[in-house]
Design a binder for this molecule. Sequence first.
Ligand code: BO1
Ligand code: ZN
Length: 266
Amino acid sequence: GAHFDYGNPKDWPKDYPSCGGMRQSPINIQLQDVGMIEPGQQPVYRNRYGAKPKRMTITNNGHTVQLTGEWQKGYTPTISGGPLNGTYQFSELHFHWGSNNFVGSEHLINNHSFPIEMHIVHWKETYGNKTEATKHPNGLAVLGYLMSIHKSPNRGLKMMQMGFQHIVEPSRSTKIDPFPLSFFDPNVSRQKTARYFTYPGSLTTPPCSESVTWLLSVRLGNIATHQLDSLRRLRLSNHDNHNNRPTQQLNGRSVSSYLEIQFSNA
Ligand code: BO1
Ligand code: ZN
């Protein structure tokens, strides 16, 4: 396929028609328009987020830094419940950031930007593989975390940073010390449950496939400023200094909220 960059995201539909579709992401979430959870509705469950993988790899794909892992058979993290039908397996996680700390998140809340947003991408296992899942309107589920600047660094990102020196240039990848996905949880909160916003949307990068159920955590993740700086030192395609797509039209979609249950162990 053709290449893309963040210089002219309005041109993406020329090469990738889905990017001009009616259920595109990200969006600006207006709190006064969010529907309430109905009583008795199922929460979103994260399963095996505490399981440590056998191997972990980070990749600079020219658009973001991506984390993948290999777990023992039956130990791959999954999510289920809430608005999801069936079980969705972890595929990869990555980040979107800006050229300065006032911008960077893809989703906005009441027009407010956050400096960074993390996406944990999952695919519906009944479709057999992620390529097939991406072709279906309910094939993918992305857990999004808006993050704010904090004195304490993000534990997961800290583990990833150990390998950043090897992936400064696009299309480099390197193995890192394996750790469980729960390392990305906010390291300040004792809460066991948190609210999520959910709406039907798309991949926020080309091919912009309209296959994503978005689950956006209300609880903010934390990141230290030096960690944001280390992400900005990674070189992206066409010397992009940011990798967040502008918000897209809602086109009549509604956003609602759900409960999450969080498990501290595997
Ligand atoms: S995002 O979370 O909306 N920013 C996002 C953007 C692009 C992808 C995933 C999430 N890429 C797609 C690949 C597909 C793959 C799918 C699931 O991820 O284009 O080939 O099947 O991993
Ligand atoms: Zn993303």
